[in-house]
Design a protein around this ligand. Structure first.
Ligand code: GAP
Length: 488
């Protein structure tokens, strides 16, 4: 990351905290690594992104329905999905102390040491090398890195290491009050499996015909080993996933459909096309016959925000095997080649999976701007403006009486009553108007309306547009519709 991007990213993180978007979790206890809380503006923005996704899936597509499955699932689910055996990250043991370390923790501790000794560049290089090796699953390379940097165990003081082995990313807990009888269950690492195990329940009760989709949003948990970059990679996060069930053989057609459809969803928020790109997976997961990432240019480079995966019939077939319950669909449409119904089959699945927190970070990083404003006298002013798409901004309209007397608050409150059931408004009467505008810019409110003494005479108000800072006089009675037009 360049220094400029690094500074910009740090500024976004500070801004997110200062203006009530994102706080470190349990901060009074010094926080919890890679876990975050959303503040008043953050929780509104997050909900708006979730709603925008949900509506685009379940309201704009008449062949997609939603579910809300539990986080806890029968433990066999994760055996069938392959997560018990394959969802893991590398760790290493010291042969003398028998102490076990996560490889990234060990290397990060060394980088911290280097930093304490003033060797910032060497520390950054070490972390960069580690990230490359981790993403390539190069365990021999990682062990070599540990040896080359003479990293030793804090307990034994030796560098006598085992080979690197896998560490499962799922969090587990016990179900049941008596320890001996308790079952180990997992916090779901993806929401998708809640959809797969409900495939027939949904298909039958909602009377869905293939092709159809099931959408779900909800928490997922992963004991991530590379957990940096703010809310980009978290240990507790939220996913918005949709599994689209199709006739075998048609999966590539639907894969291409969803590839385009999902990018269009991003662009429908007014986000810049040039900051997006597709990244096709070369190394496919064992269950996939095609996969790609939709990447966005974050301040730290192009990174995945959403995945489109053609998952074949792997999941349903595996659940059929483990549960011994048929996961078949009867397709009575006529196959033109045979002239007979397609009959029974296990559907293929095309999945779209986007991280809500990652989308939130995308919106924040794209919106944040430190703008220099030239003034008429040749000097400059500045402001921080969050250019959040109006449709998902935490507040849509700030209602500001110029002074808190002379009947102006009453008119403002009346407008608030008229608008608040249609969209979120913010009312404020403290401080000079310029200061109030700046505060709204900083939280991304697309419109401010000012009620002044003239309003009492002519029922006209000043609407101020966040992005252009342009102000115009419009009738008070038109304010609500103006905002509705911008957010619909
Ligand atoms: N069901 C498929 C699945 O879970 P994934 O690529 O592992 O696929 C999908 O995750 C999306 O979930 C990613 O594109 C990313 O946006 C989000 N995601 C994954 N791990 C995350 C993490 N630790 N923190 C935040 N978001 C994460």
């Amino acid at each position: 990351m360049s220094t400029l991007s690094e500074n910009n990213f740090q500024a976004i993180i500070s801004h997110a905290k200062e203006y009530g978007f994102v706080f470190p979790s349990s901060e009074i206890y010094d926080g919890l690594s890679a876990v975050y809380d959303y503040g008043p503006n953050g929780s509104e923005l997050k909900k708006n992104i979730r709603d925008y996704w949900w509506k685009s899936m379940t309201q704009m597509h008449d062949n997609i329905v939603g579910i809300d499955a539990a986080i806890f699932m029968h433990p066999t689910t994760w055996k069938a999905s392959g997560h018990v055996d394959n969802f893991s990250d590398p760790m290493i043991d010291n042969k003398d102390s028998k102490k076990r370390y996560r490889v990234d923790h060990l290397i990060e501790a060394k980088a911290d040491q280097l930093r304490e000794q003033g060797q910032e560049i060497a520390a950054d290089a070490l972390i960069a090398q580690m990230d490359v090796l981790l993403s390539a699953d190069d365990y021999a390379g990682l062990k070599q890195l540990i040896e080359d940097h003479k990293i030793v165990c804090a307990v034994s003081g030796t560098g006598n290491w085992t080979d690197i082995r896998q560490f499962n990313l799922m969090f587990s807990t016990q179900l049941g009050s008596v320890a001996e009888d308790a079952d180990t269950i997992y916090l779901r690492p993806e929401t998708a499996q809640g959809i797969f195990v409900n495939f027939l329940n949904v298909q039958k009760t909602a009377r869905m015909k293939i092709p159809f989709g099931i959408a779900q949003t909800g928490k997922a948990f992963r004991n991530e080993i590379v957990a940096r970059q703010f809310i980009f990679r978290m240990r507790e996060f939220e996913q918005m996933e949709m599994q689209f069930f199709v006739r075998p053989g048609t999966q590539m057609q639907w894969y291409n459909y969803w590839k385009e459809e999902r990018l269009n969803w991003h662009l429908s928020l007014g986000l810049p096309r040039e900051k997006y790109r597709y990244h096709d997976h070369v190394k496919l997961a064992h269950y996939a016959d095609a996969a790609l990432d939709i990447e966005f240019e974050f301040p730290f480079g192009f990174k995945e925000v959403e995945g489109i995966h053609s998952r074949t019939d792997f999941d349903l077939k595996s659940h059929q095997e483990f549960s011994k319950k048929k996961q078949q669909y009867f397709d009575n449409d006529i196959d033109e080649t045979t002239g007979k119904p397609y009959g029974n089959y296990i559907p293929y699945v095309v999945e779209t999976s986007i991280g809500l927190d990652r989308m939130f970070l995308l919106i924040l990083s794209n919106a944040y701007e430190e703008e220099v404003i030239p003034k008429e006298d040749g000097t400059t002013d500045s402001r921080v403006v969050m250019r959040i798409p109006a449709k998902i901004a935490p507040n849509k309209l700030a209602i500001l009486p110029l002074v808190k007397k002379d009947g102006l608050p009453e008119i403002a409150r009346q407008l608030m009553d008229e608008c608040k059931s249609s969209f979120k408004c913010f009312y404020e009467e403290k401080d000079a108007i310029g200061k109030r505008y700046r505060r709204q810019d900083a939280i991304g409110t697309p419109f401010c309306v000012t009620i002044d003494h003239q309003t009492k005479e002519d029922n006209m108000v000043t609407i101020r547009h966040r992005d252009s800072m342009k102000q115009e006089r419009i009738p008070l009675s038109e304010v609500k519709q103006l905002v509705l037009n911008a957010i619909s």
